[in-house]
Design a protein around this ligand. Structure first.
Ligand code: PAF
Length: 279
């Protein structure tokens, strides 16, 4: 496995692979890999001749008061995980390699980024689309793998790929959870013991909402209220949003009569966590 720091060196190796007719799977990450990432890498390994994992904490997707500086980083640990998972290349650029001092082109999308996480993180998806677009142009993968935990991100990237005619298949992979239900996330490392126990309220409240729908509840507001009331029982939890939206436009629905995404963002202490289900 190679760890590559420059765009030029990735391009060289990608050119060789393409000449040999090999397919490439890309797993974009911000590092501090966990079992969620490992499941994406496994899928990429199964479906492609070569696998590239990018490890880059992208400053353009963090707002001013967000956790860019404290975001966990450990490239040695990530390298071991990737090596064991059969990754061919880790692309781990410095910030200046991705954004030189004159950098001024961004990928901005209408509508989809406005709701859900975009409300409290207004520049987030502009930064995500920009860096993912750059990674696609650098690695030229046949397939790229993203977790369903970031459901809005996945929907936005699928839209971007379609809108901008990237010849790349986007593969969404299921949420991976801890035994008690908490969705795996690099941000779980911020939680102290008390917060870690409290964080289970995200998956617990969603389970209640999902069961209501499975038992025939069609009124979105009733399901949202049930989820909120479960979260509010937890004193360390503060709701950012609880929403039920349609899968295509990510707009709130009144009636649940087609495929929907139920998505939540909740602060546990200072840590903002997200979770969701699709039904
Ligand atoms: O999901 C993430 O880790 C990031 O948003 C991504 C897709 C790697 C872009 O920086």
């Amino acid at each position: 496995m190679k760890i590559i720091k420059t765009v030029e060196d990735v391009r060289k190796i990608v050119r060789e692979w393409k000449k040999e007719g090999l397919s490439i799977g890309l797993v974009p990450t911000m590092g501090y890999l966990h079992e969620g990432h490992q499941s994406l890498i496994k899928k990429a390994r199964e479906g492609n001749d070569r696998v590239v994992v990018s490890v880059f904490v992208n400053p353009k997707q963090f707002g001013e008061n967000e956790d860019f500086d404290s975001y966990p980083r450990d490239i040695e640990r990530d390298s071991k995980i990737c090596e064991e998972a059969g990754v061919d290349v880790i692309f781990n650029p410095e910030i200046a390699e991705m954004y030189d001092k004159f950098f001024s082109s961004f990928v901005n999308m209408d509508t989809l980024p406005n709701g859900l996480c975009g409300k409290s993180r207004p520049i987030h998806f502009k930064g995500v689309c920009t860096v993912v677009c750059k990674l696609f142009n650098i690695v030229c993968p046949d397939r790229a793998y993203f977790g369903q935990k970031d459901a809005q991100q996945l929907a936005i990237i699928k839209r971007m790929v379609s809108d901008l005619n990237f010849d790349i298949q986007i593969i969404g992979c299921p949420i991976v959870r801890e035994e008690d239900g908490l969705a795996k996330s690099s941000r779980n490392t911020y939680l102290n013991d008390e917060e870690r126990s409290a964080a289970v309220v995200l998956s617990r409240s969603l389970k209640i909402g999902k069961e209501l729908i499975e038992n025939g509840e069609k009124n979105a507001e009733k399901v949202i209220s049930a989820i909120k009331s479960e979260i509010n029982k937890e004193k360390l939890a503060k709701i950012d949003y609880v929403e039920i939206v349609d899968m295509n436009r990510l707009r709130g629905v009144d009636n649940i009569d087609g495929p929907i995404l139920a998505a939540i963002a909740v602060y546990i202490g200072k840590t903002r966590l997200i979770d969701n289900f699709i039904i």
